[in-house]
Design a protein around this ligand. Structure first.
Ligand SMILES: [Zn+2]
Length: 471
């Protein structure tokens, strides 16, 4: 024992040598006692730091001692990430901002150590599942809604959330690329590259939500007849609550538990028919556009609100006074030196025409043009048909107007659930209102984004009442 020595180190530097003059052998009864005397101060220091893992009941565990063993406990990145997600979800932010806050506030916790600390695939998956569960619990994500769409960008019609999986994949790829670049000149990195496990980066891409039979049906429907960018603009601009956003998306994805879905897919019910009219199967399309029990009041109200939004935008465009609230019925005629705008006005013609009371007529005095606007809110499978119907319906009126008022006529059909039209809302022979925002009910969007940029104060109508969409 005369030659036993040990070296004390601090901050990696040796600062003293201690020769061991006495001690005990393994198995000595004094051993545990001495261990306790030695480790007690360390235990107290750790306790004072306040670090540790917090249990649900509020208690914190920082370390456990057993025999000659010490285990330290700390909060993992995953817990910290989820804690931040909860914090964001409790906030008053709107749907889009909540997604952005999770991406820029919670995900960096994962991003920072990603690629350095190895993440088991299962943990990545369960963290994403847990995130979605939290969203659902806060009303921000419908449990039957498309997961893939949640992670698609706003422009593509998704919710713009970034998954833990994508974050880790992204970060790992970047580190791999960096190491590959530097490896030829660095021995450590080249060894690192040699040991790189190829399966790590192979967190493969899944299929897209647009191809799913039910979830992607609406998307495929409107792709054929509408401008997707404009149709999904509401996700970026409307500033809806996350629960409203989730409800609209779930309706588009046929994810709502309507009676038809309950009967045909979940088999929890026998009768798929509508609970109101008891005639057709109760599908989302039926509720939003096909139920005769809703046609009289709910659809009418929705139609009038939409027409009102178009009307107010047109008035603002021509510098006319706009109705103060969206519940106020506009006056039949408003007029200034630039334009005359008729609301739901019966137009007298020398000979009867089939339809003479369109929703809105705009007479642009400066350009001697008149535009007839009629609003239709067809279901997404019915857009083209409705558009043709309307254009045909007002053909007679258009000819009369051209003769009687000596103006060039144009017709404009505004339509709804189905997204925005690629060019004009119909066949406007002339398009004097480049700046008029083209609307659809679940959303509202500018005819082209340039106009909006010039006019950021545009009175975007908000869909505040989700019953409007489903009603
Ligand atoms: Zn019905």
């Amino acid at each position: 024992m005369r030659f036993w020595k040990t070296t004390l180190e601090a901050n990696g530097k040796p600062f003293a040598q201690v020769s061991i003059k006495c001690g005990i052998y393994q198995g000595d009864a004094l051993s545990p006692l001495l261990f306790c005397i030695g480790l007690n101060p360390l235990s107290q220091i750790i306790n004072k730091t306040g670090y540790g893992y917090r249990l649900r009941n509020g208690a914190t565990i920082s370390h456990l001692l057993y025999m000659d063993d010490i285990q330290l406990y700390a909060k993992s990145e995953r817990d910290k990430y989820l804690q931040r997600v909860r914090q964001v979800l409790r906030s008053q932010l709107n749907g889009k901002n909540k997604s952005q806050a999770i991406n820029s506030y919670a995900l960096p916790v994962i991003r920072y150590p990603a690629g350095i600390i190895r993440w088991p695939k299962e943990e990545i998956q369960t963290t994403d599942v847990k995130t979605r569960k939290l969203l659902t619990m806060n009303g921000g994500f419908h449990p039957k809604s498309s997961t893939l769409r949640l992670y698609a960008s706003l422009k593509e019609g998704g919710r713009g959330l970034v998954s833990v999986r994508a974050t880790i994949r992204d970060e790992t790829c970047k580190i791999h690329k960096y190491i590959k670049e530097k490896a030829p000149t660095d021995d450590v990195l080249s060894e690192c590259l040699r040991q790189w496990r190829t399966e790590d980066e192979m967190l493969e891409e899944g299929p897209s939500w647009e191809d799913k039979p039910l979830h992607g049906m609406y998307h495929r429907n409107i792709t054929e007849v509408a401008d997707l960018n404009k149709s999904y603009q509401w996700l970026e601009r409307a500033g809806l609550k996350d629960s409203t956003e989730a409800l609209i998306l779930a309706a588009q994805e046929q994810a709502l538990s309507t009676r038809a879905i309950e009967a045909q897919i979940y088999h929890t019910r026998q009768d798929p028919r509508c609970r109101l009219c008891k005639e057709a199967p109760e599908t989302v399309q039926h509720i939003t556009a096909g139920c005769k029990m809703l046609a009289g009041k709910a659809y009418m109200e929705r139609h009038n609100q939409l027409a009102g939004i178009v009307y107010r935008n047109i008035c603002a465009e021509y510098g006319l006074e706009t109705p103060r609230s969206k519940w106020e019925t506009p006056p039949k005629v408003v007029d200034n030196e630039r334009a005359k705008i008729l609301w739901d006005f019966q137009i007298q013609t020398d000979r009867m025409v089939m339809a003479n009371q369109p929703d809105i007529v705009v007479v642009d005095k400066e350009q001697s043009k008149a535009v007839v606007v009629d609003v239709a809110i067809p279901s997404n499978g019915n857009i083209r048909k409705k558009e043709h119907e309307k254009l045909e319906k007002y053909q007679g009126l258009r000819e009369k107007l051209e003769k009687a008022w000596k103006v060039k006529g144009g017709a404009c059909v505004d339509r709804s659930t189905g997204g925005c039209d690629p060019q004009t809302g119909g066949v406007a022979t002339t398009d004097p209102w480049k700046n008029i925002r083209h609307l659809s009910p679940e959303k509202c969007s500018a005819r082209n984004s340039k106009d909006t940029a010039q006019n950021p104060q545009a009175p975007w109508p908000l869909v505040e009442d989700p019953s409007l969409e489903s009603g």
